[in-house]
Design a protein around this ligand. Structure first.
Ligand SMILES: Cc1cc2nc3c(=O)[nH]c(=O)nc-3n(C[C@H](O)[C@H](O)[C@H](O)COP(=O)(O)OP(=O)(O)OC[C@H]3O[C@@H](n4cnc5c(N)ncnc54)[C@H](O)[C@@H]3O)c2cc1C
Length: 365
């Protein structure tokens, strides 16, 4: 069977493209290598900008995931012995990837998307139409969205300079009695660790769970407990924690220039670009770019534009909407790697000028 659209990758980017196109009558197949539900390395901070979009993508059966999610109205940055408080306004939501990815997958299937798990895509042939070779055979489609994430066999390996030191992502859930509704970012030389309260499953039935998610240089730490030791306040806080999930990890983490389209294939989410995790915008970017890719393909399925025109529209709209996010977050990344003597006066300025902090945060959205 030839589909209108093949989507590779069942994370937030792939599921949103699939839902948008299927709701508009396209015949869509969503191919996922893994199996849901599963934990994923992620701070699970879903920024407010995409909450309405997320609510609109979910079927009513999963509406509670959104309505009962813990809200995060504040942030605290622990750096160089200081604590910089900030308001998160409007508040973000904390949603576990165990629940989020499963809910989006179910929602796609209920919109008539043909969901196929445990199928690995090996190669994509053509520039439209497409022939896709997988672990279970071949699929054909008129259009293709690659939402296979940051580091997949389908994406060209990013340029890694000789001086590159490997970075890891580490994550686990822990029991902490009555955690504050705040996203706490503990920065140290060679990385940072974010901590925030989170629920899984029926949130009403439990509380007192936090997600700890670190991005660290491999020569600094290779496990979460090692990362906790790098920051005195975090070390103190984590002393009482009991693990509630098996730890998960990912590597390497490499940043590169965004590439939203290649050879007629629309790239969405991390497959197009990986935004610094500490700005808490990766899930939003995945939902928004995945939906945008779907929106740009709808006129092609209706026969009013060609595939190259749809791809060109996506590239232009992607650049306009998301380029500022990448520019600002890479500036903040550079600031964080400045020597402490330069960083401290900048921090003092941010501490005494909340409007400046708010402005910086708004530029990462
Ligand atoms: C340390 C760390 C902390 C983070 N914290 C946050 C945070 O707090 N908030 C936030 O918004 N973002 C955060 N992010 C970023 C966020 O996790 C990603 O941006 C988001 O998961 C991107 O979604 P996606 O759908 O593009 O990709 P993914 O969620 O990675 O989904 C891609 C899917 O494609 C599948 N796949 C890959 N290759 C193939 C193939 N060949 N065939 C079939 N399927 C395939 C994979 O199995 C996967 O399920 C963090 C990232 C890291 C590393």
């Amino acid at each position: 069977m030839t589909y209108d659209l093949i989507v590779v990758g069942g994370g937030p980017a792939g599921a949103s493209s699939a839902i948008i196109c299927a709701r508009n009558g396209a015949r869509v197949v969503l191919l996922e290598r893994g199996r849901f539900p599963r934990h994923k390395v992620c701070g699970e901070f879903v920024s407010a900008e995409s909450l309405d979009l997320l609510a609109g993508l979910l079927v009513p059966q999963h509406a509670r995931l959104f309505s009962e999610a813990i809200r995060i109205p504040r942030a605290r940055v622990f750096l160089d012995g200081r604590m910089l408080p900030a308001t998160v306004d409007p508040p973000a939501a904390s949603i576990s990837r165990l629940d989020l990815d499963q809910a989006l997958w179910d929602s796609a299937e209920q919109c008539n998307v043909k969901g196929r798990q445990q199928i690995a895509v090996h190669s994509i042939l053509g520039t439209g139409p497409f022939l896709v070779k997988t672990s279970v055979g071949e699929f054909e489609s008129r259009a293709l969205v690659n939402a296979s994430g940051r580091w997949s066999n389908l994406n060209a390996a990013p340029h890694v300079p000789n001086s590159y030191v490997k970075w890891l992502g580490l994550k686990g859930h822990f029991a902490e009695p009555s955690p504050l509704a705040s996203v706490d970012l503990y920065f140290f030389d060679g990385g940072y660790c974010g901590v925030q309260p989170v629920n899984i499953g029926d949130g009403a039935a439990q509380s007192g769970r936090v997600n700890a998610c670190a991005m660290v240089r491999a020569d600094v730490a290779s496990t979460l407990p090692e990362a906790f030791l790098r920051h005195p306040e975090l070390q103190e806080r984590s002393r009482q924690w009991k693990p509630l999930s098996d730890p998960v990890s990912t590597s390497p983490l490499v940043f590169r220039e965004p590439q939203p389209e290649r050879d007629g294939v629309l790239l969405a989410g991390d497959a197009a670009a990986f935004v610094d995790p500490f700005v808490g915008y990766g899930i939003s970017l995945a939902l928004r770019s995945g939906s945008l890719a779907g929106e740009c393909l709808i006129p092609f399925f209706a026969g009013s534009i060609s595939l190259p025109e749809a791809a060109c529209n996506y590239r232009r709209r992607y650049g306009r909407r998301f380029s500022p996010v990448f520019r600002t977050s890479s500036k903040i990344r550079r600031m964080l790697s400045l020597p402490q003597t330069v960083r401290i006066p900048i921090l003092r300025l941010l501490e005494t000028t909340p409007a400046l902090t708010r402005y910086l945060v708004s530029k990462t959205r």
